[in-house]
Design a protein around this ligand. Structure first.
Ligand code: A2P
Length: 269
């Protein structure tokens, strides 16, 4: 028998699922996240993104969003900025449980472990909402099978923007299924650049001055031992890419795994 929510579900435009918003969490005035239902036929690999958004006057208004949730999770989760005059996020920030969102049927993206040579230390370098794909990857057991250690570096302007901080630092190491493997292999390095905090350096500065590795008692970054995934603003991606390439890192792609991969944290409006 259909529930009333199913009867009320609007028809999805071609290429999209119409999903129901389950929860919304506002982290700050600039940042929110939400969960929604997931069609059983929607498949993705940890680290990928899909086109997400709203039907506006019957037409899809969508942007690329990385899945925050891991592939094994029943629901989907996304992290978004709020821009008051942004075509999509000015609307999306007002969603409430029960509303409907569009989820593109096809997931894609370069931040997948297949695109990296396996082994060694895998670094996740994220600024702002660039954290999203790594939230999925750190909850995917295969990530831990392929690499000896995972180090997640997340830099934001203000501490309140360290989304999922408690989940990464506290809940995940205590998780009944993933806890043991996460506690032994995952290191979380939050950094806040515009107010007092334990760590206040940009990722680029930490790489340049060597403190990124030295603070953990590790040797300097090297493509023989280290792998990296980057997700942030265009400027951040370009700057870290240059630092990695100067150290001999080579970009990986679908048919040619390398020592680093990069993706924009897309949504800026
Ligand atoms: P900063 O505060 O020094 O600008 P944003 O919200 O502008 O995307 O920034 C998110 C975080 O990324 C901030 O901590 C910011 O540092 C940092 N950041 C911005 N641009 C770069 C860059 N080119 N390289 C490294 N970090 C950057």
């Amino acid at each position: 028998m259909s529930t009333s929510a199913e009867i009320a579900k609007p028809a999805a435009p071609p290429g999209f699922f119409q999903e129901r918003v389950l929860t919304v969490h506002h982290w700050t005035e600039r940042l929110f996240s939400f969960t929604c239902t997931r069609d059983p036929s929607f498949r993705f690999t940890a680290g990928q993104f899909a086109m997400i958004g709203l039907a506006v006057e019957g037409k899809p208004l969508v942007r690329a969003y990385s899945m925050v949730s891991p592939p094994w999770e029943e629901h989907l989760e996304f992290l978004s900025i709020k821009v008051q005059d942004g075509p999509l996020t000015s609307r999306l920030q007002h969603i409430v449980p029960g509303d409907h969102v569009l989820i593109g049927r096809k997931a894609t993206g370069t931040l997948v472990t297949d695109n990296l040579v396996p082994g060694g230390v895998l670094w996740f370098f994220a600024t702002g909402t660039g954290l999203a794909p790594f939230m999925s990857l750190i909850r995917e057991p295969e990530t831990y099978d392929r690499f000896e250690r995972i180090i997640l570096v997340h830099t934001v302007r203000q501490a309140a923007e360290l989304a999922y901080r408690d989940l990464v630092a506290k809940e995940l190491p205590a998780h009944e299924l993933l806890g043991e493997i996460v506690a032994g292999k995952l290191t979380y390095i939050p950094s806040v650049t515009r107010e007092p905090f334990g760590r206040t350096k940009r990722i680029t500065t930490m790489i340049e001055d060597g403190s990124l590795t030295a603070d953990l008692g590790l040797p300097p970054l090297s493509p023989e031992r280290d792998r990296a995934m980057l997700c942030g603003s265009e400027a951040m991606n370009a700057d870290i890419r240059a630092l990695l390439e100067a150290r001999g890192f080579e970009e990986g792609s679908n048919n040619n795994p390398g020592s680093y991969v990069v993706e924009k944290a897309f949504v800026t409006k």
